[in-house]
Design a protein around this ligand. Structure first.
Ligand code: NAD
Ligand code: GLY
Length: 372
């Protein structure tokens, strides 16, 4: 397809961060519209960073849309998968930038899901001490969460996203059309991060998701557009108040403490990030209930919705001998942990979240109750 000459309609959610403010553009066909890329920093060259699954689907389309703005457009194609969110893959980006003689004005374009987005952002933060980058998220998860807010990272064998930087993109371009090629399991993984926004910030949105979960699973464009926009609005509001997670931003990690333990405990790539988050939210809701913060009906409601979204709600065993102990060990590596004390995002009333510690014995009980 050739880039569209006519202006294409999209909605914009603004993320207000003073001189690092930017827009999240949301609409159908944006990848194919050179207008989506208007007013980006002027540069001689661009580097598309993508992976070997997304490149055959969408790299040509992006390249054509960029042709009127950049004299040279390069591409680096990374191996696909969470298990490749590593130093080795990051170095492939630096190798490509240096081999192509890319200067400090070169604009990086992250074309892919959260793995590509997180690595491209980190590469942009580091290359020549910082070059501009644009997020072009192609998974639902990346459109509603990872492309927004400037968290960039790679994994370490001892912990998820342990090496990274806060570094904001110039723009986020969410083309809803690309979600049609997403495998069903990946669609469900994205729904986990959408569901997350309800219990932590907006129970009316949770009501809406419950009514529209079928439409979302059927990829109805209007439902996807609303879910992406509302998710981005909530995330933008939180990040706008607490860019570097001094406090409030941690609520966006609801379900992630348990989820990250599942991801790293099973080995990156066994469970998808969104699957860990889905199941982790059920575990964190159960912990909230055991702490006396929400009732059993709230936990059941969340579990039913997570299950309807096609996500696991029972945690895997991470150890044959001391499963809860293994979870606790992994969760102590979480970035929210302080002096070895695990800190959990809990729901302290529907639509409100906070971060706090919990007695190990209680966490053990929750893990035992929630795991296979
Ligand atoms: P992913 O990047 O691995 O993408 C999922 C799969 O879908 C991959 O195989 C990918 O190649 C493929 N794919 C991507 N777009 C496609 C399309 N349109 N059609 C067909 N296939 C497509 O996974 P993800 O769920 O997008 O992201 C997960 C990552 O995001 C994790 O590493 C997680 O830590 C990170 N994350 C970061 C933040 C943040 O704030 N930075 C937030 C949440 C998650
Ligand atoms: N995904 C959590 C955050 O961006 O803070």
């Amino acid at each position: 397809m050739t880039p569209q000459a006519n202006p294409i309609s999209f909605q914009t959610v603004d993320i207000a961060l003073e001189d690092r403010s930017y827009g999240i553009h949301i609409g159908a066909g944006l990848l194919n519209a050179s207008d989506s890329f208007r007013d980006l920093p002027a540069a001689h060259s661009a580097m598309i960073v993508t992976n070997d699954t997304v490149a055959p689907l969408y790299a040509d389309r992006l390249q054509r849309s960029l042709e009127s703005r950049f004299r040279q457009i390069h591409m680096v194609c990374l191996p696909d998968g969470e298990s490749h969110k590593t130093w080795e893959s990051l170095n492939l980006i630096f190798d490509a930038l240096l081999a192509r003689g890319c200067d400090r004005k070169t604009v990086l374009f992250a074309l892919g899901g959260g793995v590509v987005g997180d690595m491209t952002g980190f590469a942009a933060a580091c290359y020549m001490r910082g070059v501009p980058f644009v997020q072009v998220p192609t998974t639902l998860l990346a459109q509603v969460d990872s492309s927004v807010g400037g968290k960039t990272a790679i994994n370490h064998p001892l912990g998820k996203n342990m090496v990274g930087a806060f570094y904001q993109p110039e723009r986020v371009i969410c083309d809803l059309d690309v979600l049609q090629t997403l495998p069903p399991r990946e669609l469900s993984a994205g729904l986990a991060e959408i569901i997350k926004y309800g219990p932590i910030a907006d129970m009316a949105f949770l009501d809406w998701i419950e009514v529209n979960i079928g439409a979302l699973l059927a990829r109805e464009p209007a439902a996807l557009a609303h879910a992406v926009r509302r998710s981005c609005e909530i995330k933008a509001a939180v990040v706008g108040q607490d860019e570097r997670e001094a406090g409030l931003r941690a609520i966006l990690n609801f379900g992630h403490t348990f989820g990250h333990a599942i991801e790293s405990g099973l080995g990156y790539g066994q469970w998808l990030h969104g699957e860990g988050v889905g199941c982790g939210m059920v575990m964190a809701a159960r912990l909230s209930q055991r702490l006396g913060l929400v009732d059993v009906a709230f936990v059941d409601r969340l579990r039913v919705l997570v299950q309807r979204a096609g996500l696991p709600v029972v945690g895997p065993r991470l150890s044959a001998t001391d499963n809860a102990g293994r979870y606790l060990e992994l969760m102590r590596v979480d970035k929210k942990a302080e002096a070895g004390e695990i800190r959990f995002v809990v729901i302290n009333g529907p639509g409100h979240a906070t971060v706090r510690s919990a007695p190990d014995a209680l966490v053990r009980e929750v893990i035992d109750a929630c795991c296979e």
